[in-house]
Design a protein around this ligand. Sequence first.
Ligand code: KG4
Ligand code: ZN
Length: 347
Amino acid sequence: MLCLGIESSCDDTGLALVNDNKIISSLLASQADCHAIFGGVVPELASREHNRWLGPLLDALLTEAGLALADIEAIAVARGPGLLGSLLSGIAFAKGLALSLDLPLIGVNHLHAHLLAAGLGQDLIFPGLGLVISGGHTELYRMESPSEFKRLGRSLDDAAGEAFDKIGKAIGLSYPAGKIIDELAQAGDPSVHKLPLAYTHNENLDFSFSGLKTAALKLAAEIGLLEDNCKARKDFCAALNSAIADTLCLKLERGLEAQPDIKAIYVAGGVAANSLVRSKIQALAKSRQIRLLMPDLPLCMDNGAMIAFAGALLRQAGYSHGLDLEATPRGRPIPDDMLSRAFGFYI
Ligand code: KG4
Ligand code: ZN
């Protein structure tokens, strides 16, 4: 099934065509430069940029794939969580296409799509333990099938990527700072400073990075990180990388202990591109002899292919949405409102 995926939940406009588990074509218009001068995403600006890019990207996508609108068999769109205005831009565009082309519309949970992206190129394995680590979310799921996810834990405050970005901003790095911190950390010594594994002295699977943020800002003020690329800054970044990677591994391990029948670990979202997070989770999976499914680096970030793939899986399972599909912003539960073929609603 040739499925068009539309991602516009935050500051990247991503469009892709996916057939079964193969990416036919995928394009991304990043807004990072627009928001960098403000040190974070400006919601109003983000939705305007999505509206500016969605049409031209679709034309370019079809040209690149050598296909026409008439070849598309389903339209999948990120329905949340995310920024309300950004989501609405993509959803309105998707509804217009579904209506005019008489195609099924599938609203996709952005976080589930991040995890399912591992299936682009390899078989999915269930039940899985899925960790989403992005700029807006840090969540742990039990994955029963492509359409059945149970949330086991979440961040009570900042997401892992948000912690990287906010601490990076405080030490003078540009937005988003996660990748820059990761690069600086490569040349740093993680043993010079010790940052806390925040919110780990408990029994649960939730996360909290605000304690780490406070400790990191205090340390930064103590050691002074004035010069670009100085040794102190690299050691600081190495300690930060290490604290976040160790916290994530600790909760993943706890999740595995609580769910002994898990057959695979899934890790996705922008922070899954972090070199230390990747290597530590790889080592954890190896020591526990459990399969690790992580998307390729470009598929860890927001992209249209993960939405198209998750949408196609839902469609194959017999689900779709009506044109009354709503955007669900961050902080609100995503409704369980898929229309099922089993109830005769199949559009
Ligand atoms: O999944 P994503 O592209 O967008 C959201 O849905 O949030 O994730 C973006 C986040 C940003 O916070 C960014 O700083 C972080 O992922 N990030 C990284 C790395 N690459 C991106 N964080 C740590 N290390 C990296 N290499
Ligand atoms: Zn994301």
